[in-house]
Design a protein around this ligand. Structure first.
Ligand code: BYC
Length: 321
């Protein structure tokens, strides 16, 4: 590293340590840029792929009210994906490159969206648990050191907390409903609990990026800290619903002031992340097909933009005498 670069790096470190925001035109280490592109793009892809399991239930929602709420939620997720792609583009990568990486299977997206949604209770469990886990992970990102990501997260988190409440409300309605509805709510909790805990990523000891990302103030809490906070927040909510979390080892630990919980099946997590989960192939095929079927929209938008640009140039050109 040259002396100039060393100086820039020291200034960058001091700036970040001082809780100041790094903006797109500021100097930043290459590795910081790469880490942000990796994390923000994975996050954007998760929002877009995350529309699929819920989109599956829009036509089958049990009432018009539920249908319009679910439709709005799925649209919010599209919006989150778009802010995040825009935030990522400020780091010098193009939308096309990001999408190519998703469609080729090179880029990751959250493991959670590779599980199937089997019935309406799954819409409740996703809102309650998956959005609940997402908020726990994302509220600290509002204080992330990279300005465009931190600002995008403020709006995302406001919308996610509405999503979490609508999910909890579905669970509450079902848990207080008929015996069959209660059983469906319990079954959804049984299937979504462990995958929700996996959303926080590998344990700290197995997380290659955490230490550096925390030093750079990208991540403000470790994967295990956030997972623990999520368990502590969710246990009383499950009690209120009268549902049982599917973990025989779950109990309050007075000494730690936290709930202890059972071991996570990391083999399952690795399998899902490597593309072998129950719905990985289906999810990627759906995204690729949507992208191909949307080619005409992109072409039309580009042609329109070009026409507008030409009109602007000809209207500013001096008229020939
Ligand atoms: N799934 O060193 P680590 C949402 C990967 S919510 C798949 O701990 P990092 C939504 C990780 O990428 C979901 N892959 O990494 C909610 C890395 O692989 P590479 C999205 C995972 O980045 C409701 C490797 O494992 N949220 O969108 O420090 C409705 C080692 O991990 C997962 C975000 O993306 C996983 N669960 O920490 C709709 C939040 N976990 O890149 C939508 C922003 C880890 O080395 N992201 N990996 O090949 C983050 O906070 C962090 O990136 C993570 C992982 C905590 C997820």
């Amino acid at each position: 590293m040259s002396p100039v670069e060393m100086n820039l790096e020291a200034r960058f470190e001091a700036y970040v340590a001082d809780e100041k925001k790094i903006e797109p035109k500021d100097w930043m280490p290459d590795a910081y840029r790469k880490t942000l592109i990796r994390q923000i793009s994975q996050h954007a892809h998760s929002e877009i792929v995350g529309m699929l399991p819920e989109g599956n239930w829009i036509t089958r929602a049990p009432s018009l009210k539920r249908k319009s709420i679910l439709l709005a939620k799925v649209q919010d997720e599209a919006g989150h994906g778009l802010y995040l792609y825009s935030a990522c583009e400020t780091l010098g990568v193009s939308r096309d490159e990001l999408l190519d990486d998703l469609h080729s299977g090179k880029a990751k997206y959250s493991s959670i969206f590779n599980y199937p949604t089997l019935n309406w209770a799954d819409m409740g469990a996703i809102g309650w648990l998956v959005d609940g886990a997402a908020i726990m992970n994302q509220v600290p990102l509002c204080k992330c050191s990279y300005g465009p990501y931190a600002r995008a997260m403020v709006r995302v988190c406001k919308e996610e907390s509405f999503h979490q409440r609508q999910g909890f409300q579905i669970m509450l309605t079902m848990a207080q409903g008929t015996a069959d509805q209660r059983a469906m709510a319990q079954d959804a909790l049984n299937r979504w609990w462990w995958p929700s805990l996996m959303m926080f990523g590998p344990s700290d000891a197995e997380s290659p990026h955490s230490a550096q990302s925390m030093k750079w103030n990208i991540k403000r809490f470790s994967n295990d800290e956030l997972r623990q906070k999520f368990v502590d927040m969710t246990v009383p909510q499950a009690e209120l619903l009268g549902l049982t979390i599917p973990d025989p080892d779950l109990r309050w630990n007075e000494e730690r002031g936290h709930h202890d919980f059972g071991p996570i099946d990391w083999t399952e997590f690795q399998e899902v992340v490597q593309g072998n989960g129950p719905c990985n192939k289906e999810r990627l095929a759906a995204r690729r097909s949507a992208h191909e079927r949307g080619a005409w929209v992109r072409e039309a938008a580009a042609a329109y933009a070009e026409k507008q640009a030409q009109r602007k140039t000809s209207s500013t050109e001096p008229h020939a005498a």
